[in-house]
Design a protein around this ligand. Structure first.
Ligand SMILES: [Zn+2]
Length: 548
């Protein structure tokens, strides 16, 4: 074996806190063996540690300041409306692993990677993941791939249903989904995962590949809905039994995949972020409003009025205009509701911009800016930072761990469309941010009964196979994944990378055998959202997971 293949096993939301607990209970023997024989570590996610932001760094080897994804939406300030268009691959500004492998003449199989939608025919064998609008969109290549899987008896799904069917409101649908010991949820989860596993084994045996990448979403979904159950003492509840059963099943999946590929490939297992509990919801727009930084107009903004205003805006793409015209009020309302607000710009000095960000309304930069750049901007930003840091809960406990300026996080390369401040909660005072909520009377509340866990920065990484150091512990950053993959396969690195090669994970012998790492320029391949794509299904899915 001169140049090994790579199997990248993405386990969305995996954290050692939970995996180690399951290993200690004897439920994950395969993972335990891989840890013993390989190298494990903490994989620090991006800030903010949200799925689309983190996977964009994984797919590009660069930090958010370069790829330009800061949340579930890419924000645009148009004609006095803040519009949050759904983040997807067409918004990533830098070349992705798909572009690089195509330009290097190498082959990828990629299943369910978040932010890989929309795909390109040049990607190889690809089925896209989170942020895919619906099964009506072009979400796979080659054209006959899903038919081929169906002919093998595989019922491939992009994600669990998150209780999308039925007439009841979201809370009620999720309550039913999680009723009876979360029976329907676990059945759904198991079905989606089993079919995906079948697809892996079929494709491993029938297609050529240099890099095989897949993302399993079970851990993320279990931990969002049922985090508290994992830690309950006393006799196991039905829910905890089902959680354990699913973790044991995932371990079996990992073991089977590893045994199948280990003679020709290295296994690189990783998660996009870690996990922890959450205390409730935080509404930053309400906080800004109560502190006098953000003002809304008195008139209620109706969907009809919103559409009218949007249509008036000549700066919007023709594609979006056509879509809004065709799609009718309901869809249009859902699409633009996110991040849309009825802002009184003349009285607004700061507003919410993306999931964990605040933006100052700067003259000359923001469309209706009123804050002078320079000293006025700096003073105001520092004032808001200090006030955010001072926020306390009902018991007088501070909730913020840190508030960063864009330059502190990303250096001078931060683009103009980034938030100016990013906030991060304390580990034991964690709140889920709902940035589109402006109408609440409080900025902190207990949140949803069905949402028990939320993301943390510490994801996992585990490498195993020939050439990987035995029993080693490392710490790495999520943007290190792609440079490390290219290093393993003796391929040139991008001159644009922020990430580094995880050299500590390899034996000296393996490193000595690698070619010197050339750097090269990669082209960003064009991907376009196909005309007529609807965002409503992905919005429902994100809402059902408590993301927006
Ligand atoms: Zn995730």
């Amino acid at each position: 074996m001169s140049v090994p293949k790579i199997f990248l096993l993405g386990i969305d939301g995996a954290t050692w806190k939970v995996v180690d607990r399951m290993i200690a209970l004897g439920l994950m023997p395969n993972t335990e063996r891989l840890i013993r024989e390989g190298t494990r570590g903490i994989l620090n996610s991006t800030i903010p540690y949200l799925t689309p932001v983190a996977w964009s760094s994984m797919l590009t080897g660069v930090r958010p300041s370069k790829h330009g994804i800061f949340g579930y939406n890419v924000m645009e300030n148009r004609e006095g409306m803040i519009i949050g268009l759904l983040a997807n691959r067409s918004k990533i500004k830098t070349p992705t692993v798909y572009d690089m492998y195509h330009q290097l003449g190498k082959k990828i199989i990629s299943l369910n990677m978040p932010m890989s939608y929309p795909p390109s025919p040049d990607d190889g064998v690809v089925i896209t993941g989170l942020m895919t609008p619906s099964r009506e969109s072009t979400y796979f290549y080659p054209d006959d791939l899903i038919d081929e899987l169906t002919a093998q008896g595989i019922d491939y799904r992009i994600d669990i249903t998150v209780a999308r069917e039925g007439e009841a409101g979201l809370d009620e649908r999720i309550r039913l989904y999680l009723a009876d010991g979360a029976r329907r949820f676990f059945e759904d989860l198991r079905h989606v995962t089993e079919e995906r596993e079948k697809a892996v084994h079929y494709l491993l045996g029938s297609k050529e590949w240099d890099l095989f990448q897949i993302n399993f979403v079970s851990m993320d979904r279990i931990q969002h809905y049922l985090w508290d159950h994992i830690w309950k003492d006393g006799p196991d509840s039905v829910v905890l039994e089902r959680i354990k059963e699913h973790f044991a099943y995932l371990d079996e999946v990992t073991g089977k995949i590893y045994d199948k590929v280990k003679n020709e490939a290295l296994l690189l297992m990783c998660s996009d972020h870690g996990f922890g509990d959450c205390k409730g919801n935080f509404y930053p727009a309400v906080w800004l409003k109560q502190n006098g930084y953000y003002t809304e107009m008195h008139s209620e903004l109706t969907p009809g009025l919103i559409i009218k205003r949007i249509l008036k805006s000549l700066r919007l793409s023709k594609l979006l205009l056509r879509f809004l015209e065709r799609s009718g009020k309901t869809v249009a309302k859902k699409l633009i509701y996110i991040g849309t607000s009825n802002v009184s710009w003349k009285k607004t000095r700061a507003y919410v911009y993306s999931t964990a960000g605040v933006r100052i309304n700067v003259k000359g930069r923001d469309q209706f800016g009123i804050v002078q750049p320079g000293e006025e901007f700096e003073t105001l930003r520092e004032e808001i930072r200090q006030k955010l840091l001072a926020i306390t809960d009902e018991n007088g406990q501070k909730i913020m761990k840190a508030v960063y300026t864009a330059e502190e996080l990303y250096g001078s390369t931060c683009p103009d469309e980034s938030p100016d401040l990013f906030f991060e909660f304390k580990d034991d005072q964690f709140y889920t941010t709902y940035y589109a909520v402006t109408k609440s009377s409080v900025f902190l509340d207990k949140g949803y009964a069905w949402r028990q866990g939320d993301h943390r920065q510490d994801g996992v990484v585990l490498l195993a196979g020939n050439g990987i150091a035995r029993g080693k512990r490392i710490t790495a950053d999520i943007e290190d994944i792609l440079p490390t993959i290219l290093f393993i396969q003796d391929l040139p690195l991008s001159e644009n990378f922020d990430g580094k090669i995880m050299k500590d994970a390899f034996t000296d012998e393996f490193i000595q055998k690698r070619k010197p790492q050339d750097k090269q320029f990669f082209e960003r391949g064009e991907v376009e959202t196909p005309d007529g794509d609807k965002g409503d299904e992905v919005i429902d899915r994100l809402k059902g997971l408590g993301y927006i």
